[in-house]
Ligand binder design. Structure first.
Ligand code: XIL
Length: 438
């Protein structure tokens, strides 16, 4: 059940998105758009799409009247999360009285601009309406399930994936569930919410979403992992795990991030980075953004990244300047690092002496990954491969490959124009680059 390409479940609306993407690509070919290297996307969502991923943002409904905000959001992102408008207090302010106006405004903006929507969130201990905060026990369980059913039904067919349950685990070393009124209705409240959501919108992917689940060594990460493993083994309808990814100097991007994402993916669920922001500035912030992007791209089932806002000034942590655009809407260094990293997925080189080669990341293990090369334009080619850092290569297929570190040379061995190598990362997971002559 690998879903590499998010828009694969093609509904009419998703097709609009795909066609919009095709139109943008065509503009590039005709030379009307910004000059870009062959195969390189000039916006976040175009670059992410090269490897079948999306790039999203949270949107605040009240900012949709800000022209600079909407033009950046429309240009750069293709997956939209309502920052607050689909939460429990917004959608069911009085028990049994639902208000979808604010959520609908964001969903309509997203869908009419060819984007998809992440639903956020159906069940959470926070941002509950007052009536729910005062509730406990069976009454609350029933009210929660009704809320899940009503909201997921209202948005049926419009949501790519729902954060069915948000932040149900405690921080720190206990690995316990968070003590909330929802948890006190019984430990099976989470799976009950997933069953209700599946019934209400069978086509939406259903995610569990949390923060501080990035470091593989942390108890909270393992506790969520154990729950997901248990759900998968018992057939509870869960399709994905969302990693909020709110980072700062006290909680930096862990070096085990890629391992964490891969371990969850290996359970048979998709993973998504759902609320990315990284406090800081300049080079160090940019490198952390690149690290997160790299970690996602290294995991086949990491479907995409969403940042938690457009400009620094739009952030819930504005003073930490944690986003990709500054308060004036300019691209930050972190933006270029993310864009370059996304573009590294399929670096095509312009034809030199009549041939070109595309480079693609393939299977991945704890210490190594496969890279495949496809040559076009010549059958008597030579491809020079530049490894990154201290990477090394011990085996290759469908070509004669000379060398094992630094620059390698590949020539045809009678097996056609597509070949591959296994790269031992030795700490460097960047994709090698390649040039073709022939
Ligand atoms: C935040 C919003 O950005 C704020 O505007 C709001 O005041 C509080 O919630 N984890 C989540 C998000 O899942 O819903 C939170 O969003 C940030 C932390």
């Amino acid at each position: 059940m690998t879903r590499l390409n998010p828009p694969r479940r093609t509904s009419g609306r998703r097709l609009t998105g795909i066609l919009a993407g095709a139109a943008i690509a065509l503009t590039g070919v005709l030379g009307l758009g910004a000059p870009a290297a062959q195969g390189a996307g000039s916006t976040l969502h175009d670059a992410a799409a090269e490897s079948g991923r999306y790039f999203g943002t949270a949107i605040a409904g009240y900012r949709l009247s800000d022209g600079q905000y909407t033009s950046i959001a429309d240009r750069e992102f293709d997956m939209i999360t309502a920052e607050n408008e689909m939460k429990l207090d917004a959608t069911e302010p009085q028990q049994g009285t639902f208000d979808f106006a604010a959520g609908d405004q964001i969903v309509d903006w997203a869908l009419s601009n060819g984007k998809q929507v992440r639903g956020h969130t159906l069940a959470w201990h926070s941002q509950q309406p007052q009536w729910m905060q005062n509730m406990e026990g069976q009454q609350l369980r029933a009210a929660m399930l009704n809320h899940v059913t009503q909201v997921a039904s209202h948005y049926r067919g419009q949501i790519y994936s729902w954060d069915v349950v948000n932040e149900a685990f405690e921080d720190g070393t206990s690995g316990a569930r968070r003590n909330s009124n929802l948890q006190r209705t019984g430990g099976d409240w989470i799976e009950a919410a997933f069953y209700a959501a599946r019934q209400a919108d069978p086509n939406a992917k259903l995610c569990y979403n949390d923060y501080n689940t990035d470091n593989w060594e942390h108890a909270k990460t393992r506790a969520v992992y154990d729950m997901v493993a248990d759900f998968v083994s018992r057939g509870v309808p869960i399709d994905c795990v969302g990693f909020q990814a709110h980072f700062n100097s006290g909680n930096p991007v862990p070096s085990s991030y890629h391992e964490t994402l891969q371990n969850f993916a290996d359970l048979g669920v998709d993973v998504q980075i759902t609320e990315l922001d990284i406090e800081g500035s300049g080079q160090s912030q940019a490198e952390q953004f690149r690290g997160v992007t790299q970690a996602c791209m290294a995991v086949t089932r990491c479907e995409g990244i969403s940042v938690w806002g457009v400009r620094d000034s739009d952030s819930w942590r504005a003073e930490g300047t944690p986003l990709l655009f500054d308060g004036s809407g300019n691209e930050k260094l972190a933006y270029s690092y993310v864009l370059d990293q996304l573009n590294s997925a399929s670096e095509g080189t312009p034809p030199v002496d009549g041939c070109s080669v595309s480079v693609t990341r393939a299977d991945e293990w704890g210490d190594r990954f496969n890279v495949t090369f496809a040559v076009e334009g010549s059958s008597a080619w030579q491809v020079d491969i530049q490894l990154q850092g201290v990477q090394s290569v011990q085996n290759a297929w469908n070509a004669d490959v000379q060398g094992s570190t630094g620059t390698l040379t590949a020539t045809p061995n009678g097996n056609g124009d597509a070949f591959g190598i296994t790269v031992y990362a030795n700490g460097s997971w960047s994709l090698p680059t390649a040039t073709c002559s022939g």
